[in-house]
Design a protein around this ligand. Structure first.
Ligand code: PEP
Length: 248
């Protein structure tokens, strides 16, 4: 399976900075098809800019969240249909920063995944344990519970999701899971997906958590790591391109 490398800019950027960053990525690709599928998940106000700059290029784009509601009196929310208006291919759902700072539960995350799929957008479903959960030997239980909620909600559409394993202790900390640690969890998630759909081979399972140009190749070499969800390193064109190239 061709790897999928997705950038998560988080709450970073400006019109001017994005223009420079995206142009550097496109220049780096120089019209060549990258070794990996590539996408950028950007703050919602910049989706129009991505649509303008990236249409026709090898880089897809998406959002970092989507509302669990369809439409109406939900001030501040952005619906899946609105994301679709800007031709988003992806929406991250259940990022640990959303779970942690915005109290998103497994069932809210599952509703978000459903809304995305209903609008023709691929949800990138994030799962991952905290350091305390890992130390308590709960990693497998936690990630399986988080993914099970989504599988239960999306049912026969399970083959249309992307999964991202992001150990919370590795996000933005510079502390990466070792390739072996990540592979062990990916194998568990692969088994869970395989039990839920007749087309498990369609599901990318990404690793995220301080993936960078230096460690990407060894992580992407693992049999069940199908790509990466990249935070900090997606804000540097050369690093992001190098990670995408490491997926060859
Ligand atoms: C993320 O935000 O999903 C992430 C993995 O961040 P970082 O690469 O900065 O750890």
């Amino acid at each position: 399976m061709k790897k999928l490398i997705v950038g998560n800019w988080k709450m970073n950027g400006s019109l001017a900075a994005n223009q420079t960053l995206v142009q550097a990525m496109l220049d780096g690709l120089a019209g060549q098809a990258p070794a990996s599928h590539m996408a950028l998940c950007v703050p919602s106000p910049y989706l129009a800019q991505m649509q303008l700059r990236l249409t026709g290029s090898a880089i897809a784009w998406g959002a970092q969240d989507v509302s669990a509601q369809e439409q109406g009196a939900f001030t501040g929310e952005v619906s899946a249909a609105m994301l679709r208006d800007f031709a988003c291919r992806y929406a991250i759902v259940g990022h640990s920063e959303r779970r942690q700072y915005h109290g998103e539960t497994d069932s809210v995350v599952a509703s978000k995944a459903q809304r995305a799929l209903a609008a023709g957008i691929t949800p990138i479903v994030c799962v991952g344990e905290t350091l305390a959960e890992r130390e308590a030997g709960q990693t497998e239980v936690v990630v399986k519970r988080q993914l099970a909620a989504v599988i239960h909600a999306v049912a026969h559409c399970t083959s249309e999701i992307v999964v991202a394993y992001e150990p919370v202790w590795a996000i933005g900390t510079g502390q990466t899971a070792t390739p072996e640690q990540a592979q062990a969890v990916h194998a568990v998630l692969r088994g869970q997906i395989a039990a839920a759909t007749q087309h498990p081979e369609r599901v990318h399972i990404l690793y995220g958590g301080s993936m960078n140009a230096a460690n990407a190749a060894s992580l992407l070499a693992q049999p069940d790591i199908d790509g990466g969800l990249i935070g900090g390193a997606s804000l540097k064109a050369a690093d992001f391109l190098q990670i995408a190239a490491a997926g060859a």
